[in-house]
Design a protein around this ligand. Structure first.
Ligand SMILES: [Zn+2]
Ligand SMILES: [Zn+2]
Length: 104
């Protein structure tokens, strides 16, 4: 995953403690490269913990967790998965197309 600010790619993620920092922006986990961390406002866009105001958050299993105080926040009621009906309809249309084109 590249740096969300400048797009540079992570080079040595495995050796030792990575200098890259994780954060959450708009409910998405992002990485910030060491160069961008030198700008004073690099945490300005990051979401902050509601309890301790830390920007040291990660997103996992659909939740946002504070790495400083451990507060876990359920994601807002936003679903990116289309409703079941739409998927079924899409399948139906796909099958109809296949029949039409003789691919069934
Ligand atoms: Zn960067
Ligand atoms: Zn916290």
């Amino acid at each position: 995953m590249p740096c969300y600010r400048c797009g540079v790619r992570q080079t040595d993620p495995e050796r030792g403690k990575s200098p890259w920092r994780r954060g959450v922006v708009h409910d998405q986990l992002v990485l910030i490269c060491p160069a961008c961390q030198e700008s004073t406002d690099w945490t300005a866009e990051l979401e902050r913990c509601a309890k301790c105001r830390s920007a040291h958050l990660i997103r996992r299993l659909g939740q946002v967790e504070c790495l400083d105080c451990g507060l876990v926040r359920e994601p807002e009621a936003v679903t990116l998965v289309p409703p079941r009906g739409d998927t079924a309809l899409a399948d139906e249309v796909g099958r109809a197309l296949d029949r039409l084109l003789g691919r069934a």
